[in-house]
Design a protein around this ligand. Structure first.
Ligand code: 5CA
Length: 159
């Protein structure tokens, strides 16, 4: 287990720039740790919040990142069928070591280890969505198409 790293937002902004995405960071006094808290802070719908959820393939051990609309609950079996193997949820320590960020602040791209990424098609219903920016009180707004392009995500149905 690695020690907590304090520079999450700065690391994320730099990593996003490397991937061609300019991030306009919004930092709040209040928590944006959950989708509901983030929506309250941003003044947007919960569905506009991007949850960045790490899963692990049971057969191959491959980690996958799912970018999910804040109002959707992942149908794990349905998603497994689309990805091609059953999925497990890894623990918080595994996720932090893999991505470089702690749960509640995991950004949708710019991780220590590049992750095979899938994006909830429902996020495309919005002109703008908001995602975590490397800490549990930092977010950024992005057009869904720009998010998909920078994260090289494949769009899937998650519910
Ligand atoms: N900052 C907000 C969105 S801007 C955010 O990061 N939301 S999130 O949904 O992506 O992150 C919280 C999610 O982490 C929860 O939905 C939950 O599915 C997951 N989670 C919480 N605790 C654990 C844990 N111990 N292990 C694995 N996943 C967890």
């Amino acid at each position: 287990m690695t020690a907590e790293r304090k520079d999450g937002p700065a690391r994320f902004v730099a990593a996003a720039a490397q991937l061609g995405l300019t991030v306009d960071l919004k930092t709040f006094e209040q928590s944006t740790r959950t989708a509901e808290e983030a929506a309250a802070a941003c003044g947007c719908e919960v569905g506009q919040i991007v949850k960045s959820l790490v899963f692990k393939g049971r057969t191959t051990g491959t980690p996958y990142l799912l970018l999910v609309s804040g109002s959707n609950r992942v149908d794990q079996k349905g998603v497994a069928g689309q990805i091609g193997e059953p999925l497990d949820r890894p623990d918080a320590g595994f996720v932090r070591d893999l991505t470089g960020f702690a749960i509640g602040g995991i950004p949708p791209l710019g991780h220590d280890t590049p992750l095979k990424t899938f994006m909830d098609g429902d996020l495309h219903k919005f002109a703008l969505v908001w995602a975590a920016a490397g800490s549990p009180n930092a977010v950024f707004a992005v057009e869904p198409a720009a998010l998909q392009s920078a994260s090289k995500a494949q769009t899937i149905k998650v519910i």
